[in-house]
Design a protein. Structure first.
Length: 72
C-alpha cells in the first residue's frame, strides 16, 4: 500500500489478501482509497466489502486490470 496517496496495489494477489489490505487502508476512515487488482473475483470482493463499510465504489477496467475508487 502506498500510504502517501492511499492507494492499495493488490495486483497478483488472491483473495482474501486484497480485502485484508483494503481493510487496513480504511483504518481511520479515509475519505478516499484507490485499489488496483487484476482479477474479477478480487474486484467483486473488494467492492462488496467497501460498500458494506459505507463507501461508494467506481470501477474502471483496462486490459484485465481493475482500478476501484472508494469514496465516503
Amino acid at each position: 500500500m502506498n500510504t502517501m496517496d492511499n492507494t492499495v496495489d493488490a495486483r497478483g494477489l488472491s483473495c482474501p489478501i486484497p480485502v485484508v489490505m483494503v481493510k487496513k487502508a480504511m483504518v481511520g476512515e479515509p475519505a478516499e482509497v484507490s485499489v488496483l487488482v487484476d482479477n474479477p473475483v478480487a474486484m467483486e470482493n473488494v467492492t462488496r466489502f467497501a460498500e458494506h463499510q459505507g463507501y461508494t465504489v467506481t470501477v474502471s477496467e483496462d486490459a484485465g486490470e481493475y482500478r476501484l475508487d472508494l469514496k465516503k
